[in-house]
Ligand binder design. Structure first.
Ligand code: ZN
Length: 383
């Protein structure tokens, strides 16, 4: 998702928010300050309603983050890589590039979020009881609202259709029962389409029959759900093809390398006659150390170019991607191009650089997969 701003790194996991979060926060604060609070506790100054409303919206956003962090922490505990969490208009998303290896781990990761929301909901409702009479009534009402909202979020997320958590749970169960992961994915995606359609119809009925504009919201959510489920269903066969392709089959063998011991100035003269923008960097004895791009070289000040070595400006692992030739393409695909230095995968076997996979190699493979053909490049035989 683009246009995000960073919110920090709780537990070492990058968290960002899409600008649409500001919209939903404003709507929630307004809802609390203009409807819920004045109705429940009349006669307070507008400032009190607004201050409490804004605080309530911020705490709700924090509980959304707790939901996503629970997914992320369980995924990490199960040995999966967690890229980042993004909060946006309809909640949050946790990016886990690796597919869970077993139905059990898929189930655990999926169920963690709704479980956290259920616990948060119960906790807030308990607190509102405890606070009753001891703190101002607007606070009690807001904490109670946080409790119910978290419970509603938990139940909504448990609806059994991908990409909702309930869909992932359904997928894990079908996978466990049939032993067929692809079939389980397709079943969860189909269920997500039906669910999206049902929500949209319910929203339309609410809008047209009861004249409630909240129905419009439901139509939007239903449409988004159906759209995502359809995309997952369509991506299934291509993903299947890609998961069978190993990096060694699509890599560019024997790539042009940047000698790490060269000065920046010395390598720039060599690169000027080349046709690449990114290079794998190797040591004098041929060991790969990282990736360097022309833009990284351009950031070295003129005066330092004759004294700085290429190996001192290159991006090293884990900043750049290094993988063995037999690693499936799908494993690196989603991590590709996220950070500088990540637009080239170094394919390394027994400590030796045997090839690179560039955005061009991947685009070619994807296009061939869409055309129903498989990319194949004979691996060079090494003596
Ligand atoms: Zn979730």
């Amino acid at each position: 998702m683009h246009a995000t701003f960073p919110l920090g790194r709780p537990a070492g996991i990058r968290v960002g928010a899409h600008w649409s979060v500001l919209l939903i926060m404003a709507l929630l604060a307004e809802f609390l300050a203009q409807s819920i609070l004045p109705e429940a506790v009349p006669g307070q100054p507008a400032l009190v309603y607004w201050a409490t409303g804004i605080a309530g919206a911020v705490v709700l956003l924090a509980s959304l983050l707790v939901h996503e962090l629970s997914h992320a922490l369980v995924a990490r505990h199960r040995g999966l890589t967690v890229d980042r969490i993004t909060l946006w208009l309809l909640g949050g998303s946790t990016e886990v590039p690796d597919d869970p290896p077993t139905p059990r781990s898929a189930f655990a990761v999926a169920v963690a979020g709704p479980l956290a929301s259920l616990l948060a909901g119960a906790g807030f409702l308990g607190l509102s009881r405890l606070f009753s009479g001891a703190v101002p009534a607007v606070v009690v009402v807001t904490v109670g609202w946080l409790g119910w909202t978290n419970l509603v979020l938990a139940v909504f997320n448990l609806l059994p259709g991908a990409p909702l958590d309930g869909g992932r749970i359904l997928q894990a169960v079908v996978w466990k029962l049939t032993g067929d992961k692809r079939r389980a994915q397709a079943a969860a995606a189909r269920s997500g389409r039906v669910l999206g359609l049902m929500l949209s119809v319910a929203g339309l009925v609410e809008l047209l029959w009861f004249g409630s504009f909240a129905g419009l919201w439901l139509v939007g959510i239903g449409w988004f759900l159906g759209f995502s489920a359809r995309a997952e269903l369509a991506a299934g066969p291509a993903r299947e093809v890609l998961s069978r392709i190993a990096l060694g089959e699509i890599m560019t063998p024997d790539p042009v390398t940047a000698p790490g011991w060269f000065t920046v100035q010395g390598f720039v003269e060599q690169a000027a006659s080349g046709r690449f923008r990114t290079y794998p960097v190797v040591t004098f004895d041929g060991r790969p150390v990282g990736v360097v791009s022309l833009s990284a070289l351009a950031r070295v000040p003129d005066t330092a170019r004759t004294s700085t070595r290429v190996e001192n400006v290159c991006v090293r692992p884990p900043g750049c991607l290094v993988a063995a030739p037999d690693v499936p393409l799908t494993t690196v695909l989603s991590r590709f191009g996220n950070r500088p230095g990540q637009d080239l995968v170094l394919v390394v076997e027994d400590g030796v650089l045997v090839g690179v996979v560039s955005p061009g190699d991947i685009a070619r493979t994807l296009e061939l997969a869409v055309l129903g053909a498989e990319a194949h490049r004979e691996r060079p035989r090494r003596a």
